[in-house]
Design a protein around this ligand. Sequence first.
Ligand code: ZN
Length: 152
Amino acid sequence: MNELEALYQEVILDHSRKPHNVGVCVAANRKARGHNPLCGDQLSLTLRVEDDTIREAKFDGLGCAISTASASMMTDAILGKTTTEAIALAEKFRSSILESDESAEELGSLVALRGVREFPTRVKCATLAWHTLMAALKECTQSVSTEVPETP
Ligand code: ZN
């Protein structure tokens, strides 16, 4: 293991031992639950979105070290972002893990989680929080967006 990888491991361990943003947003207006049956990780995410900006993000649940660290880092990363920016970040994270997209500028310390690419069974642990985030954010847009008509 090289120095950089060791540092990344440290980041993940820190977050899994002392996860940030644990709990429930009292004034939440976006909610979603995520479940990863492969590992048994369960996640409940609550967000308070005002003026299209994520003002508060909290999670609760039972999960392995990777899923807990990922949820902790995800909630840190999206604070203060607009919903559009948060969705873009979620997509970036997803492609970084699933499609080995190597560009990393926007991801910051989230690149630490890329280590799971070596362990296919843990990929869902790392992406669970982000899937749950997408669910929470998309739920709110469904009511205002209309069906995209099929192109003839
Ligand atoms: Zn897990």
